[in-house]
Design a protein around this ligand. Sequence first.
Ligand SMILES: Cc1cc2nc3c(=O)[nH]c(=O)nc-3n(C[C@H](O)[C@H](O)[C@H](O)COP(=O)(O)OP(=O)(O)OC[C@H]3O[C@@H](n4cnc5c(N)ncnc54)[C@H](O)[C@@H]3O)c2cc1C
Ligand code: SF4
Ligand code: SF4
Length: 392
Amino acid sequence: MTSVESAPTKERWAFQWKELFEEVITSGLCTGCAGCVISCPHDVIGYNHEQGGYKPFHLEDALGLDNCVHGEKGCTSCTRACPRFRAWEPQANEHLFARDREPDEVAGIYSDIMLCRASDDMVHRMGQDGGLVSAILIWAMAEGYIDGALTSYLEGGEGSWRAKPGVATNRDEVLAGAGSRYTYSANTLAIDEARERGLSRLALVGMSCQSSVPPTMWSRKIGKIGKPIIFNIGLLCSKTFDDAIFEELFEAKYGLAREEMVKMNIKGVFQIWMRNGDFHEINLKECHAWTREGCNHCPDFAAEHADISTGGIGKDNDWTLTIVRTELGREILERMIADGSVVARPGDSDPGAIALMRKLAEKSRSRWPQWANPVVRVGLPEPKAKKAPARS
Ligand SMILES: Cc1cc2nc3c(=O)[nH]c(=O)nc-3n(C[C@H](O)[C@H](O)[C@H](O)COP(=O)(O)OP(=O)(O)OC[C@H]3O[C@@H](n4cnc5c(N)ncnc54)[C@H](O)[C@@H]3O)c2cc1C
Ligand code: SF4
Ligand code: SF4
């Protein structure tokens, strides 16, 4: 068989919170993407935003915390929305690309890789890498593709470094959220605010785990909730950190106060720029103990189900590595290049970046447990056989 074997999709979908709780939430597969929370038509799934949390929980305990009255009556929305439940990967692939990925497509299915940067100096400066994500949002609003974006902001403003979900509807709001925070922000949760503000054509900006939410919902025919998200921008990601890393590592060991940090990035090391101009690099191995629990088994580095996935790997700091996956992603990017909103060069101009993307995609996939759905690990090199013990 050449392509990844898909699980049968014709089974009657009768899975509810009970199965989600057992197979995803308590098994360690849950990323905290909040797809289940926003999909629940009965509003009985809450979300723990606290440090060490980032997990959904059931708000009614009529049947215990591991079962749902509405689920027992036939509601299946939460499992339909979950991009870690059962055959989520082949189902989302089939929906988006009308095929599953081939084994060597470890970074997901794509049609092109480019390096891009915003032409507008301010957008470029405020962006994390090339400012492409912000440029796309501003352009797509002006051109009427979208009327808002589910994105991320800083709770309590600059210097807090606590990421929180929010909605952007214009250039100023987009730029207020530009840049990367390395703590988790379930941007999907901003959909309630978007609805309250009367928005109906949304872009989702999200980590890889979040960008699989809409295609998973669509493939499992969830209905109304998946409709407003029409454009999906993914951020390449190998992990996010618990908020405690600021106090317990950066401050306690290196004396770096979070309110004095002005920018951070991860490029093989954790890079931190301070207000007084100082620059610090902290070994990622040291940061490992603060990895958010939901990331430990995450197999998706390259945001494989986004329309466009974006990352910062590459030899030049101020360009965004841009993976074009869908027709919509291609259309938007081509129009932006044509009208000069974005400067682009071929991904081949930095072959090291593409090789590194592939390596990191394999590394993330290898975190997916052997006991979980095996299709996700397809394409990984066979584990090396252990040497037989030497005979005495
Ligand atoms: C937690 C995290 C980990 C990442 N890890 C990698 C990596 O390992 N390798 C790699 O190549 N790239 C990684 N990226 C992607 C990279 O940092 C840039 O986001 C990407 O290259 C786009 O840059 P830009 O200048 O085009 O985006 P910008 O124009 O700066 O826009 C960035 C967008 O991301 C949103 N955002 C920022 N922080 C968060 C957050 N915590 N959660 C959700 N949304 C957020 C912003 O609100 C904004 O809309 C990571 C990003 C994040 C947030
Ligand atoms: S992975 Fe996302 S959708 Fe699935 S249970 Fe966790 S928070 Fe819910
Ligand atoms: S590694 Fe990134 S994409 Fe994966 S669960 Fe963590 S935050 Fe989400």
